[in-house]
Design a protein around this ligand. Structure first.
Ligand code: FAD
Length: 141
């Protein structure tokens, strides 16, 4: 099992129609590939978690990376993992409000070059647990 978490910026901001297109194709493809995850969207900021078979997840990420509907993709966490956190969702999606985005992004201050974890060992490790429990407690997908 493998997981990638990345941040990026919508280019340009998504209309409802554009979001629907992305989610429809993502859910179809991810279901076929056994990939699960979530996509959080806040005023053009994107945080996506992809989890599943390593080759399938990395292939999917590379397709996404070269998609010109977003820019500045930055991986904040990548590696093997023992379990899925988002097993119910081929691609859970939620538009988050200011306070929710502050809660999530406050976990990993982002500069244009890198992501800084206050405590590298703890924060990178706990990030997905944090996002998972945040999503479970905040949203119904
Ligand atoms: P197709 O079945 O041919 O579908 C591609 C669809 O995307 C078509 O509807 C096409 O019109 C549309 N499309 C592609 N590129 C553009 C473009 N530049 N502008 C407008 N429309 C376009 N794909 C996944 O499989 N899983 C994901 O989790 C996932 N997450 C994404 C997250 C973000 C933020 C973005 C921007 C894209 C994501 N995608 C995801 C889409 C991915 O980038 C590819 O477009 C998609 O995987 C291609 O699928 P396909 O080869 O089956 O193409």
């Amino acid at each position: 099992m493998y997981r990638i978490v990345y941040l990026s910026s919508a280019s340009p901001l998504y209309s409802d129609e554009a979001l629907k297109d992305i989610l429809t194709v993502s859910r179809r493809n991810n279901e076929q590939s056994g990939i699960t995850g979530i996509l959080l969207y806040h005023e053009g900021s994107i945080l996506q978690v992809l989890e599943g078979d390593e080759l399938k997840v990395t292939n999917c990420y590379h397709r996404i990376l070269f998609d010109d509907r977003h820019k500045g993709a930055m991986i904040i966490m990548e590696g093997a993992c023992e379990q899925r956190y988002f097993e119910k969702w081929s691609m859970g999606f939620q538009q988050v409000n200011d306070a929710q985005w502050d809660t999530v992004s406050g976990y990993f201050p982002v500069t244009s070059e890198s992501v800084q974890f206050e405590n590298k060992n703890k924060s990178a490790q706990d990030l997905v647990t944090f996002i998972g429990s945040f999503c479970n407690s905040s949203f119904r997908f």
